[in-house]
Every structure is written in C-alpha cells, then in structure tokens.
Design a protein around this ligand. Structure first.
Ligand code: HEM
Length: 393
C-alpha cells in the first residue's frame, strides 16, 4: 500500500485502482499485512457483512480512539442512537437557512476579489462552523478545530510505520489533552444550564443505566468534529476540481440548476471524499478467492468501488446527470454515514451560492494541487481559484 502515500497517487489514485481491480481485486500488502479490497462487490460485502467484517480496529492492534464508528453492535447501536435524531433528514432540513447564512457570510469576505482559496476561505470554515454550532461550541473557534482535526487525521499515517507514525501519535497525544481542557469548560457551563445542543444531550444521555464519562463525550466531540468537516470540505473542493476538469458539465449545471443534487452525488462517486474505510475480520473469511485470517486489518476501498465498471457504466466519465448512481461514498450498512443528509445540504448550498455569484471559475495554480496528508481521504489542502464575479458581467 506504499503507493497510496505518494502525492501523485493521492491526487489521482484512479488509474492505480483500475489496474489493481483488473489484476486482483483483493490483495494483501506484504509489508504491513493489511488487506485491500478494490471491487464494488467485495467492498459491499466488507461493509454489509458485519459479522465477518467488524469495525473495532483494536482487534488488529490499532487504537480505536473510543469513537463509536469503530464499535461493533450492541454498543455501536446504542451510541449511534444517542445522536442520530440530530441528523435525520427532517432535522437537517431545518438547518438550511443557517447554513446558507454562513455560506453567504463567508463568500461576502471574498466579494470583489477575482481570486481566492476556495478550500481555505470557504470549504473549510463552512462545515466546521455548522458542526461547531450543532455541538454547542462557538463557531468562531473553527480554525482551532481545523488544527486539531488535521492532527487527528494524520493518525492514519501510523499505518505507514516509521518516524511519521511516531510523530503522528505524539502530536495526537498533545492535541487530545488540549481538546479535553477545551471541552471540560463547555461541559461545565452545560451542567449548570443545559442548552439545545449535542453536548447537552450527551451530558443527559444514559447507556445501560449509566451516564457517559467525560472521556466518552470527548470521543463523540472528536469524531463529530473530524467526520463533520474533513469530508464535506473535500466534497466541496472536489466538486470545484471536477468542474474545472469538465467545463462542459459545469455549463450543463449552470444551464439547469435542478441538476445540483445529482451533480453532488456524482462528485461523491467520481472523487469520493473518503477513499477507504477500515474493517477487521472477526473470523477467517474468504473474499474474492482469498483466505483472510481472523483479526486482519482490511481496507474497503470505496473510492475504487465507485469507479468499478461492473457497477457503473463509463465509470471514468463525470456526468452531472448520472442516474442511477448507487455509489458507496457514505458507506453502507450499519455504519452508513450519519452525516449524509447534512453534508448533502452543505454541499448543495455551498455550490449553489458559489455558482450564483460567479460567471466563470478556473483553478488559479498551474502547479498540481497538494493532496491532504492522509491516504484514506481525497481532497486538496488549498485550492486557489480565479473567478469572474457575476456582477462584473
Ligand atoms: C460514517 C463518509 C460527512 C458523521 C461515515 C462512513 C463514511 C462516511 C464512508 C462509513 C464509515 C464506515 O463504514 O466505517 C462521509 C462523507 C461525508 C461525510 C463522504 C461528506 C461528504 C459527515 C458529516 C458528519 C458525519 C457532515 C457529521 C456531522 C459520520 C459519523 C459516522 C460516519 C458519526 C459513523 C457512523 C457509524 O459508525 O454508525 N461517513 N461522511 N459524516 N459519518 Fe460521515
């Protein structure tokens, strides 16, 4: 899997995936012992068959951070249920005016400029401010949250081994302490006076007759901050990259804005913000003709599954009107992304507002964009663009 750590491959992993999918859709990295699954069928099996493919990576010797995304039932079911009501499509629909207000406010700061960093100035703060408000943290603290989640994200580098791994763990330990102090202050205020936010709800919650510990609430806080923005940030940035690469598709969308929801789905498939999710075999399993022993770490390569020609006709074509589009960008089965309705809303609002204000959008750098550090996510660290503001025409 060493190839996944090269910048060029992370910018465009798709030719690699195609080659590997053709040669051997399931393969074992001899250096790390990690198994990787590249085809749609195999990825769906890894996501759906949770008796065989569990999520508790500690069974394979990795830290599970206490995040419920890494739990198996029955604990997974109970922890997920504590917050799932906050993310139902109906609840999320009620957030649209506020999401739009935040998006407009951010774009206002770029008004009159013909160039800005659409990732740093827009796609990063928007979802961070939204998830901060849902949790009950001040939205203005978003740049601190970005710094924390960058460090957490780099924990994925521990799979690479060596000095990078040690550095990532040390940085995480420091950030975890800083986050714990920050959260303790927020929780103190809510213990005295609960509010209508997720932290207050978690403080009041009971699982199997006991309240959550501060450590368990910290785990929710970390997971939601990270999952709540890294992915949506990359979805918005990847949409801009995909439009820049396919101007005819952008023209089609501009001509028919009702295509916006399906364009968002196509970006999710074509440049999936999450490229891989982790599983651990709970027993000996046979997949794609390979015998995978119990307690093996498995990477379900959803970015590759979303370009599998056996599932998607012309998989490498970017088609804003693609239908059907049964991508697995949000996963599948019991761990299906809790934030899917929220991220769809944020991406639709963000792109709608961006397109409404611009006549043209083009990537400003002639250098290739720099990919995020972790191999299992896909997106640019920054993305300078040139725009022609609509009012200028
Ligand atoms: C789970 C992708 C946005 C919260 C997942 C999973 C994927 C995913 C692939 C499944 C993980 C697995 O099976 O191991 C994405 C993408 C997003 C996005 C592509 C945006 C484009 C969000 C947002 C939130 C969120 C905005 C929260 C506000 C979660 C949580 C889980 C999850 C809590 C764990 C669910 C569970 O284990 O039951 N996401 N996500 N995600 N996502 Fe998202």
């Amino acid at each position: 899997m060493r190839f996944l750590f090269s910048d060029d491959v992370r910018r465009d992993p798709y030719p690699w995936y195609a080659e590997l999918r053709r040669a051997s859709p399931v393969l074992r990295d001899p250096r790390t012992g990690t198994w990787m699954v590249f085809d749609y069928h195999g990825v769906r099996r890894a996501l759906d068959d949770h008796d065989a493919f569990g999520s508790d990576v500690s069974a394979a010797g990795y830290g599970n951070l206490g995040w419920f995304i890494f739990f198996d039932p029955p604990r997974h079911t109970k922890m997920r249920a504590l917050i799932s009501r906050a993310f139902t499509p109906r609840t999320v629909a009620g957030l649209e005016p506020r999401v739009r207000e935040i998006a407009r406010g951010l774009l206002d700061t770029t008004a009159g400029r013909d160039a800005f960093d659409v990732v740093g100035d827009f796609a990063v703060p928007l979802p961070l401010m939204v998830i901060a408000e849902l949790l009950g943290a001040p939205a203005d603290d978003w740049s601190r949250f970005r710094r924390w989640s960058d460090v957490i994200l780099e924990l994925a580098l521990t799979l690479q081994g060596g000095a990078e791994a040690q550095h990532a763990v040390a940085a995480f330990t420091a950030v975890r302490a800083e986050m714990a102090r920050y959260l303790a202050e927020l929780l103190d205020v809510r213990r005295d006076a609960p509010r209508d936010d997720l932290l207050s709800r978690l403080l009041a919650a009971e699982v199997d007759g006991s309240r959550l510990s501060d450590g368990e609430i910290l785990a929710f806080f970390q997971l939601l901050l990270l999952a709540g923005h890294e992915t949506t940030t990359n979805l918005i940035g990847n949409a801009v990259i995909s439009f820049a690469e396919h101007p005819e598709q952008l023209a089609r969308l501009r001509a028919d804005p009702t295509l916006l929801p399906s364009a968002v789905e196509e970006v999710l498939r074509y440049r999936s913000p999450v490229q891989a999710v982790f599983r651990v075999t709970r027993r000996d399993v046979t997949l794609g003709g390979h015998a995978i022993p119990a307690r093996s770490l498995v990477l379900a390569m959803i970015g590759s599954a979303n370009r599998d020609p056996s599932r998607f006709p012309a998989p490498d074509a970017f088609d804003v009107a693609r239908a059907p589009n049964a991508h697995v960008a949000f996963g599948h089965g019991i761990h299906f992304c809790l934030g899917a309705p929220l991220s769809r809303l944020e991406a639709r609002v963000a792109l709608g507002e961006l397109l409404a204000r611009t006549e043209t959008i083009a990537l400003a750098d002639d250098q290739p964009w720099e990919p995020r550090a972790a191999f299992h996510v896909h997106g640019a660290t920054r993305l300078p663009i040139h725009v022609t503001p609509r009012s200028a025409s």
